[in-house]
Design a protein. Structure first.
Length: 147
């Protein structure tokens, strides 16, 4: 396993905002996959709906990607670029990344879920608007932070 396998029982994965090859979500996805392989994923799940946002956009099979996770981030990115079904251009990646950074609940059920997590984690904060905001908050609170 990689020397950079996070123990997600002790710390959260990288923020969904962190980029690799211009892609948001990807570093977090790699952390969760590596931790799952090592049995240290805690409450985090590789291939979750957030991961699927990246996997679908790039056209990458999650199980095929998981087999590459012994490699460094740079090597994994090279593999993704070589094996992605959807060969995305830099402007396409930038536009997708910008959209992901601003994505918020878009239906009543997801809004209800979002609001319940927001209320339980930081009911007085008015800056929790996007999914990335909520994930960063949840990671922080889950590991003892006070919001």
């Amino acid at each position: 396993m990689s020397l950079h396998t996070p123990d997600l029982t002790k710390q959260p994965p990288r923020s969904p905002r962190v980029r690799l090859g211009g892609y948001v979500i990807l570093p977090r996805c790699l952390d969760k996959g590596r931790a799952e392989i090592a049995g240290k994923n805690g409450d985090y799940h590789y291939g979750c709906p957030l991961d699927q946002q990246f996997l679908t956009f790039a056209g990458i099979d999650p199980e095929a990607l998981k087999k590459e996770l012994k490699k460094s981030d740079t090597e994994v990115l090279e593999w993704i670029n070589a094996h992605a079904k959807h060969k995305r251009t830099a402007p396409e990646i930038a536009a997708w990344t910008a959209w992901q950074e601003q994505r918020a609940p878009d239906n009543p059920d997801s809004r209800e879920f979002f609001n319940s997590l927001h209320k339980s984690g930081a009911p007085r904060r008015t800056d929790i608007v996007t999914w990335f905001d909520l994930l960063d908050l949840d990671d922080y609170v889950s590991f003892g932070g006070k919001a």
